[in-house]
Write a protein that binds this ligand. Sequence first.
Ligand code: CTP
Length: 399
Amino acid sequence: MHVIVGITGGIAAYKATNIIRLLTEAGHTVKVIPTQNALRFIGATTLEALSHNTVDSDLYTDVESVKHVSLGQEADLVIVAPASAAFLGRFASGIADDLLGNTLLVTKAPVVLAPAMHSEMWQNAATASNVRTLTARGVHILEPAVGRLTGEDTGIGRMPEPEQIVEFALSTISKQDLLGKKFLITAGGTREEIDPVRFIGNKSSGKQGIAIALEALHRGASVTLIAANIERVPAEIKNIYRVESAQQMGLILDEQLEDHDFLVMAAAVADFKVLKPAASKLKRSELGDHLKIELVANDDLLENAVKRIHSEKLRVLSVGFAAETASGAKHLEELAKHKLAAKGCDLIVANNVANGAVFDAETNDVLILTRSGRSVTAQGSKRLVAAELLDVIVDLHPN
Ligand code: CTP
């Protein structure tokens, strides 16, 4: 997708770098158009490096390419962040005296603005009127956040976080091919308690599961997330059950399964738990030099869910994950096929964790296998991988 990121003159301009990064990582082509004042806050070199594209804000360079028209025509989405009070005024009045202003008057793509300014300026009648005018014309305006402003004061006017702006912007153009569908997604890694302060855990960060949840939401689905030990869940995901252990996750899964159309088991679930967790802290001074902890198997939650789906004839499509230490692509495929058959789910997403690179990373590289024999590879940001996975799911389950 071609995305234009307009930046206007305000201290939050530096945060626009993260917007550019999030978009390029998700595979979009980004063209940055800063205003002259934006370039007082952030350098064109930084913007070029992050967007992998040339940056200029001048109407009168490269005139033969008619860029003041072509950029707006080519765009699939325009985001202006931060949008200053002065910019809102110019845009509301249709003033096209720079490249950003021209592009905005040409484009037919959705336009998303993230205003950022001091509270008094945001609340001023002129700004409020410009916002009303632009909203009535179909421009999407994200309310500024409340928090610390430039200087000592706090209040409404902060630019929302880059992640939130990108999510919001993408939602204005997302295909709604999962409208009305209900996803039950597990993410993160379970923890099995040894004593009140210690646990057996794993390296899963939950980022891939969260990316699937966000992508599903943006395509019109509703999402129930069972989050195992994930510190920060994005605000867009509202329906969350927080769990620690595999057993707790199993209880919520049992309760929720039949109300959903899709089960995505992205969580790393502990295969074993401590047979008898200690009620009080194990004291090093009392343990000696060897410690034996007896473990017993946890239920296989995915296998149980699949059995229930079959026995109760639930209309739930099940997606398993397979973290494998494979010696190469061929080996990964063999292991994935084996796990798909063993778990009995409809689809499996396998990744090679041989060098540990996947954990907590922003990118992923997976093999998606379906029971019907389809094989798809996907690599890139976890969000891109999520989008590819949902494409496969939609093909399997078109309505
Ligand atoms: N899973 C589960 N319950 C468990 C263990 C795993 O539901 N007790 C699910 C995971 O959520 C994932 C899939 O099963 O979707 C595969 O997990 P993985 O750790 O790759 O495999 P294991 O089942 O542990 O098998 P193995 O150790 O033999 O690779």
